[in-house]
Design a binder for this molecule. Structure first.
Ligand code: PEP
Ligand code: MG
Length: 296
């Protein structure tokens, strides 16, 4: 039954052909960290912070955010936690921001673009994340990066947030790692350049497929064209993994494709280092990857 299987696989680390593969969890709300722990996640591979903003009528304060990030970091007890900065826009709205209505929201002021347009909001979030860094193993991740300048601008704001905290004598750890999502085709194509700027990549296949194949991920009329195993997608994934490894950084995947068991072997063979999936899928993935196990 599920309970005994859970116990069997829980503290197990997948070690296949001498490679340690991390099986992490995607979470949306801080309470979901309990599910990640229950199912034996090696870390949080994606904490979608937008729910902190969407569950409210106004922007969450720095302290409110700090408490949420601290909660997840403490619960994970030293295991890595990737906190993704705000990904609003596209299909996710914040009415209280009063943003202009757009013709093509998925191609518009979304995610990091919105954050670079509203630096006040971005910096508040970064300060909250940095302050939480002393409570665990923090990794910060920017969504929707499409080019080098954009990444450098975001890194610049992060540096400013650090300088502010230092100046104000507010505690934070400099030990965190910084990564980006690879979910825009341009980022995948120049991943050799972007890899020199960050500590890790996480491939967001939900958007990468949508943007590469020009198929709205929400539109049922064209869903037959939404094809994770399309050769263009597989090529891009391979390019990203090879470029990352050439620069000595690791690559995870946090889009839905990571939990597609028909793709697991292919992704493993391509060299993927981490799979991040919804908590109940962790067990299936550990079983699918098989290999020899370490742990209890
Ligand atoms: C993705 O695009 O694959 C992803 C994980 O981000 P989101 O689904 O939140 O857009
Ligand atoms: Mg995405």
């Amino acid at each position: 039954d599920e309970k005994s299987e859970l116990l069997k696989y829980k503290n197990i680390i997948v070690n296949k052909n001498g490679r340690l593969i991390e099986i992490a969890a995607n979470i949306g709300r801080k309470e979901e960290v309990d599910l990640a722990i229950k199912y034996g996640a090696d870390g949080i591979g994606l904490f979608r912070t937008e729910f902190l903003y969407m569950d409210k009528e106004t922007l969450p304060t720095e302290d409110e955010q700090f408490e949420a990030y601290k909660y997840v970091l403490e619960k994970m007890d030293g295991k890595p936690v990737i906190i993704r900065t705000l990904d609003i826009g596209g299909d996710k709205h914040l009415p209280y921001l009063n943003l202009e209505k757009e013709q093509n929201p998925f191609l518009g002021l979304r995610a990091i673009r919105l954050c670079l347009n509203r630096i006040d909001l971005f910096k508040t979030q970064l300060r909250a994340i940095l302050r939480a860094s002393v409570y665990g193993n923090l990794k910060i991740m920017f969504p929707m990066i499409s080019g080098l300048e954009e990444l450098r601008k975001a890194k610049g704001i992060l540096k400013e947030a650090e300088e502010e905290l230092s100046f104000q004598d507010i505690k934070y750890s400099k030990d965190y790692k910084l990564g980006i999502m690879i979910e825009v085709p341009s980022a995948a194509i120049i991943s050799d350049i972007l890899a020199k700027e960050v500590d890790f990549f996480s491939i967001g296949t939900n958007d990468l497929i949508q943007y590469t194949l020009a198929v709205d991920r929400m539109n049922q009329n064209v869903s037959y064209l939404y094809e994770p195993s399309h050769p263009s997608i597989l090529r891009l994934i391979k390019i990203v993994i090879d470029n990352a490894h050439r620069e000595g950084i690791w690559v995870g995947m946090c889009g839905e494709m990571a939990s597609d068991l028909s793709m697991t072997e292919t992704l493993f063979e391509m060299g993927l280092d981490e799979f991040s999936v919804s908590p109940p899928m962790i067990l299936n993935l550990k079983k699918k990857l098989g290999g020899t196990y370490e742990g209890n």
